[in-house]
Design a protein around this ligand. Structure first.
Ligand code: HEC
Ligand code: HEC
Ligand code: HEC
Length: 114
């Protein structure tokens, strides 16, 4: 009898944990994302680092949805101008660098990797 109760308790605990995880943990996507950079070579984008430093998801996701490969897909469909996201990335790095803050790269070869 006692062991039956323990089994039930364990099952209940597992169901509860699964439900809590599904309800409360938002999908933050991959920690690091490899972005297509055309002929210039790909970009190793530290996604989690930006989420943690910037705080606001919409700084980027106002421009494109939270979906893997979406930037390339929208560009291929002609719905997003080439280098538009790049200018967004670079623009922020530039502005922060001007203010003397710690930020990301502004030169081509520091973002693009061949
Ligand atoms: C500095 C820009 C930036 C910020 C801020 C940002 N993201 Fe992203 N996110 C990206 C890029 C770039 C991609 C990749 C899009 C692609 O593959 O074309 C992406 C993709 C995603 C994806 C798709 C899955 C994946 O891993 O590719 C999810 C989910 C996501 N982001 C969630 C979030 C959440 C939640 C936040 C806030 C906590 C956030 N992002 C903040 C730039 C950003
Ligand atoms: C802060 C990072 C960053 C820097 C610095 C940067 N790029 Fe990019 N570049 C990107 C990203 C991200 C993309 C893909 C998204 C887009 O096209 O907006 C891209 C895309 C490109 C593309 C492909 C466009 C296409 O779709 O055909 C070319 C070409 C390019 N960059 C050239 C350059 C050159 C030249 C420089 C230096 C003057 C440069 N990039 C600096 C991040 C960067
Ligand atoms: C609103 C400002 C902002 C935007 C937009 C932004 N970044 Fe950054 N980026 C930062 C800051 C701040 C850091 C420095 C984070 C730290 O302290 O490690 C950084 C760092 C980086 C680094 C260097 C990471 C390292 O480990 O040295 C890369 C590469 C980078 N960003 C690429 C990108 C790309 C690609 C995009 C666009 C998809 C982008 N960033 C958009 C602010 C931004």
């Amino acid at each position: 009898m006692k062991s039956k109760a323990i089994v039930l308790l364990i099952i209940f605990g597992m169901v509860f944990t699964a439900a809590a995880m599904a309800a409360e943990v938002p999908n933050k996507g991959d920690a690091a994302i490899k972005l297509d950079g055309g002929k210039k070579g790909h970009i190793d984008f530290p996604h989690r680092n930006h989420q943690d430093t910037l705080g606001d998801c919409n700084i980027c996701h106002d421009i494109f949805p939270q979906k893997p490969g979406v930037i390339k897909d929208l560009k291929d469909q002609g719905k997003l101008k080439k280098k538009k996201i790049m200018n967004h990335c670079r623009g922020c790095h530039r502005n922060m660098a001007k203010e003397g803050a710690k930020t990301g790269p502004t030169s081509c070869g520091k973002c693009h990797v061949k």
